[in-house]
Ligand binder design. Sequence first.
Ligand code: ADP
Ligand code: MG
Length: 382
Amino acid sequence: MSAPELAARFEQEFGAVPDGVWQAPGRVNLIGEHTDYNDGFVLPFAIDKTARVAIKVRADPMVRLLSTYGDQGTFSTAIDSLEPDSAKGWTKYPLGVIWALQQRGIAVPGMDLLLDSTVPLGAGLSSSHAIECAVISALNDLTGAGLEAEDMVLTTQRAENEFVGAPTGIMDQSASLRGSKGHAVFLDCRDQGVELVPFDAESAGLVMLVIDTKVSHSHADGGYASRRASCELGARILGVKALRDVQVADLPRAKSLLDEVTYRRVRHVVTENSRVLQTVELLAGAGPGAIGELLDASHASMRDDFEISCPELDLAVETARTNGAIGARMTGGGFGGAAIALTPVAVEQQVRAAVVRAFSEAGYAAPEIFTVTPAAGALRLS
Ligand code: ADP
Ligand code: MG
């Protein structure tokens, strides 16, 4: 819905004109997987799919929340009695942001809020952070809190970690809040340092395809926890604060000190950090057409060393590659979710058709395939 359409719908639902409309995008991680919690580097970009919220401050301390998604009705709660783990369904995202702002000592007024989002749910594009970032941008303006982007990132992280109960890092919010059209967000997860890197696939005659496999394997949560534990073990044995402090040149020493599995986990993180740095360098120089091999190497490392891919993701990546994509990799935490394929415009249709055919032949459910472009971060629309 456009901002005027959303405002009109708000007026219909809540009987008054909203104070404003804000939007924040979902994100795709170009490269840098499972590096975030190792104090490492990631390179996500904000996408042209966004969550929009229309909000009007209320005179009383009530919050009323409504989403255009599904038929869930309006949810109401008192703003002063929010408790972690108490909120239901999607309301935990906006309420988590309100709660986290309150924890910072910011007085948040009651409000009516209408959400409309084009970020697909659960496809690994971070629809949840898009909501949180739209809400925090709005409340930062409406309360006059004056938070910097870094503070908003940490506040939404607290909302996700403590209120929603999801152990997520800072990548998604950083991309959503700090992204810029035609750029990727080079983020140092150790100190939140951000550098915008030109990533204009379109001018290079390329499109970024997202292939959502629609599968989510049940060992995802356990797999994530055990990978984190391996990384912590590796860092401890190697005597570093985090695997970020291990370089590619240190790998032979790591091999002599670590058991075989821990060594492969460590090698993924160390080489992935190096691939992020190389990608940034290539994007600043030769451009998007030069990063294909790094995307492929990233996928191989996740498949073989970190062991977080799955047959559906491998099939998506391999099929895209053999049909003309210049590089492809699974993106996100793994064990399902989406792959990305950087594809010359001329073979886009061929790649799409081939992936659909391959999934059908393998007996997998039909994937959803769409393009994304690097877009602006959170902003106020009206
Ligand atoms: P991801 O962030 O990767 O998309 P999550 O499981 O973290 O996956 O977040 C998905 C959840 O976000 C959904 O289950 C739903 O609660 C919420 N959500 C996302 N978009 C909307 C929407 N438009 N309306 C209501 N809830 C939404
Ligand atoms: Mg999420």
